[in-house]
Design a protein around this ligand. Structure first.
Ligand SMILES: [Zn+2]
Length: 296
């Protein structure tokens, strides 16, 4: 049993849907089999920040191996002695001596028939429609959170860290979870004691209708600009830094991001945003759901 010593090379940031790689490692995990390739187009879900779900994909081994369904694709890591998957990974990305991997999980009984053996070639094919919808949802998510920051810019009494467009970064300071879905996203923000201490006035969330209107106005302006979107990356490795880059009218917006995205805002006809607030354990929790409507 050999385990990889370098990160998986990933091609999904550039938009790849198909890849051919070599099987580096095969390991039984419960009733599934973990398959690690040197290169993949399949986006894995990252337990450390599970915003974008795994791609739906198939994997075929060798020249005539049957195609099997990738049941799940998760970020794993190894120190060379053991393979850890998902939230069992005990170290942070970038830890010396560890390789971070996209791990494809297939059904255990599918392995032998499919010919999943170390050294075999493996062809990944990602479901294009689902990827496209997730990419749209992810781009919409970034735009909605930047528009939320802008809409709340006057509701801070102290100086705090600013976002890429120069507004106080409510999103970075308050975001509890972010989930991307096909053509949609849900972000949850927690306004508790620590955010109040940083100078945020929760009364800003009293009139959600007005707040939503300001967000939509910003989003409409951005969509009208037809801005292009690209992913810049320091390298092909799974943990190499990648940045979402969107040429908005007020200047480029740049965010650290490991996901996949639309290529241009011309792909959308509108982005709808719903806001909801609730009290949870004495804190205010704001939920923002954004839905991207594809251009017809
Ligand atoms: Zn992102």
């Amino acid at each position: 049993m050999t385990l990889p010593t370098a990160d998986t090379r990933v091609t999904y940031p550039a938009g790849a849907l198909v890849s051919t790689g070599t099987v580096l490692h095969v390991e039984t995990v419960g009733d599934r089999v973990a398959v690690v390739l040197d290169e993949t187009a399949c986006h894995p879900v990252d337990a450390a920040w599970p915003d974008q779900p795994a791609d739906q994909a198939t994997i075929g081994f060798g020249d005539d191996g049957t195609e099997v369904t990738v049941l799940d694709c998760v970020v794993g890591a190894t120190d060379g002695t053991e393979l850890y998957l998902g939230d069992a990974v005990p170290v942070k990305k970038g830890t010396e001596g560890w390789a971070f991997l996209a791990v494809h999980l297939i059904a255990g009984d599918a392995m032998t028939a499919a010919g999943a053996i170390e050294g075999a070639t493996a062809r990944i094919e990602v479901d294009a429609a689902t990827r496209h919808a997730l990419s749209a949802g992810h781009t919409g998510c970034h735009l909605a959170s930047l528009a939320l920051n802008a809409a709340l810019a006057d509701d801070w009494r102290k100086e705090v860290v600013l976002d890429t467009l120069g507004a106080p970064d409510f999103d970075a300071l308050a975001c509890e979870s972010s989930r991307i879905a096909p053509h949609a996203s849900t972000d949850r923000y927690r306004i508790g004691k620590s955010l109040r201490r940083k100078g945020f006035d929760p009364a800003a969330l009293d009139d959600l209708e007005a707040l939503g209107a300001r967000i939509r106005e910003t989003l409409d302006g951005w969509l009208d600009s037809g801005a292009t979107v690209r992913i810049d990356r320091d390298g092909d490795g799974l943990t190499d830094r990648r940045r979402w880059h969107c040429e908005l009218p007020g200047g480029p917006a740049v965010l650290a991001c490991g996901g996949t995205h639309a290529a241009s805002l011309t792909e959308f006809s509108s982005i709808a945003v719903w806001l909801e607030r609730e009290e949870v354990d004495g804190a205010v929790v704001l939920s923002m759901v954004s839905t991207v409507v594809p251009a017809g």
